[in-house]
Design a binder for this molecule. Structure first.
Ligand code: HEM
Length: 346
C-alpha cells in the first residue's frame, strides 16, 4: 500500500523550521529581532533559488538556435520571465518587513554577525551572473573574491562562464529573419540615405534625425554608434544588428508576430528595474539602520551599495533604445509584403 503523503514531510518542514538558531541566544544575550532578521534572509534565499531555477529554464530554451518567434517556447520564456518580475516585486516589498526592525534593535546583535553579510549571498551573485553581469563590470571585485568561500566562488565563476540570458538574447535578436528576407523590402519606399545599406535602418535614421530638436542633434551620433559603427574600445553586450532588431520589435510591436518578442524585451527591462529598486531600497534601509558605518561584510556600506546600484544594470543597452523611438505616425510605413509577414494580411 502506498504511503500517504504528509504536508510536513513533503515540505521537509523539520529541516526548514529547525534552521533558525539565534546567535544572541547561544551567547545568552537574547535579542528579539534576530528571529525576524534570520527568517527574512532565509525567505530571500529561497526566492533567489526559485529565481535561479526560472532563469536557468529560460536560458535552456533560449539556447535553441532555431527558436521560433511565434512558438509555445517563446510564450514559456515570456511567462517565466513575468514570474521572475513578480517575485522581484515581492522581494522589494519584503524590505517593508525588514524595516520594522529599528537601528537600536539591530545593534543588540549586529556585532555577533561579523563578518557575515548579505554580500556573501552567492545565490544573489549567481543570479546577477546568469542574467548577464560580467565579473569585470562588478564593483568591489576584490571583496567578492576575499569574502566568499572557495566553493562559493567556484559556483559564481561557473555561472559567469555559462552563456548569460543577455548573451542569449543578443544571439536571438541577431537571428531575427526580417532583414535577411529581401522580398520584404522590395516595395519598401521610404526616404533614406544611400550610405546605409539596410533599407529599414537607412529610412529610420532619416525619420529619427528629423525628429530631433537642435539641442538633441548629438543623439544622432549615438544612434550611429549603436546601430552602425559601434563604440571603439567599449565592448557592448548587444551588437549593432541585435540592437536594430530590438528597435524594430519596439517600433512595430503592434504586429502579431512581434508581440511576444516585445513582451520578452519588456520583461528584461522590468527585471532590471525591479532589481535596481531593490538595491535602492536596501541601500536606504542600510543607511537608516547603520548610517555611514562600514558593513558587517567589511565594505564601505552605503557607498559600496550606491556604486553597485549605479553599475549593476544588466539590460541597460535595451533600456537605452527608448531614446531612439519616434512618434508612431512618423515611423516608416512597411510594405504590404512585410505587413503580411508580420501577421496582418494586407
Ligand atoms: C538591517 C538589515 C540589513 C543591513 C543593515 C544590511 C547591510 C548590508 C551592507 C552594509 C551591505 C554591503 C556589504 C557589507 O559590507 O556588509 C549589504 C550587502 C548585501 N545585502 Fe544587506 N543588509 C540588511 C538586510 C538584507 C537583507 C534582508 C537581504 C536579503 C537577502 C540582504 C542582502 C544583501 C545582499 C545580496 C548584499 C550584496 C549586494 C551587492 O553586492 O550588490 N541584506 N547589506
Amino acid at each position: 500500500m502506498a504511503i500517504e503523503m504528509h504536508y510536513g514531510d513533503y515540505l521537509q518542514l523539520d529541516k526548514i523550521l529547525d534552521a533558525q538558531t539565534l546567535e544572541s541566544e547561544k551567547r545568552n544575550q537574547p535579542a528579539h529581532d534576530e528571529m525576524l532578521f534570520i527568517v527574512i534572509h532565509q525567505a530571500y534565499e529561497l526566492w533567489f533559488k526559485q529565481l535561479l531555477f526560472e532563469i536557468d529554464a529560460v536560458c535552456r530554451i533560449m539556447q535553441v538556435p532555431a527558436l521560433n518567434d511565434n512558438s509555445p517556447e517563446l510564450q514559456t520564456v515570456v511567462h517565466r520571465l513575468g514570474r521572475c518580475v513578480t517575485i522581484l516585486k515581492l522581494l522589494v516589498h519584503q524590505i517593508d518587513v525588514m524595516e520594522t526592525m529599528n537601528p537600536m534593535d539591530f545593534l543588540d546583535f549586529r556585532d555577533m554577525l561579523r563578518p557575515a553579510s548579505g554580500f556573501q549571498s552567492w545565490q544573489f551573485k549567481m543570479m546577477e551572473a546568469r542574467l548577464g553581469l560580467k565579473y569585470e563590470d562588478r564593483t568591489g571585485q576584490d571583496l567578492y573574491l576575499s569574502r566568499l568561500r572557495p566553493s562559493e566562488i567556484e559556483k559564481v565563476k561557473c555561472a559567469e562562464s555559462e552563456s548569460s540570458l543577455l548573451q542569449l538574447v543578443n544571439g536571438w535578436l541577431e537571428r531575427m529573419p526580417f532583414f535577411e528576407e529581401a522580398e520584404n523590402w522590395e516595395n519598401f519606399h521610404a526616404a533614406g540615405i544611400a550610405s546605409v545599406s539596410n533599407p529599414f535602418l537607412s529610412a529610420y535614421r532619416t525619420c529619427y534625425e528629423q525628429s530631433l530638436s537642435d539641442v538633441e542633434k548629438p543623439n544622432l551620433q549615438l544612434f550611429d554608434q549603436v546601430f552602425i559603427s559601434g563604440f571603439s574600445g567599449t565592448p557592448r553586450a548587444l551588437s549593432a544588428p541585435a540592437s536594430l532588431a530590438a528597435l524594430f520589435i519596439m517600433v512595430y510591436r503592434g504586429y502579431p508576430i512581434l508581440q511576444l518578442p516585445f513582451q520578452l524585451l519588456n520583461q528584461l527591462i522590468e527585471i532590471d528595474e525591479q532589481l535596481s529598486t531593490w538595491r535602492y531600497r536596501h541601500m536606504n534601509m542600510v543607511h537608516r539602520t547603520i548610517g555611514t558605518r562600514i558593513g558587517t561584510g567589511g565594505s564601505t556600506g552605503r557607498d559600496y551599495l550606491q556604486s553597485a546600484l549605479n553599475k549593476h544594470y544588466i539590460f541597460k543597452e535595451l533600456a537605452q533604445l527608448t531614446s531612439f523611438l519616434i512618434e508612431r505616425k512618423k515611423v516608416p510605413r512597411l510594405s504590404a509584403e512585410m505587413e503580411k509577414r508580420l501577421g496582418f494580411a494586407a
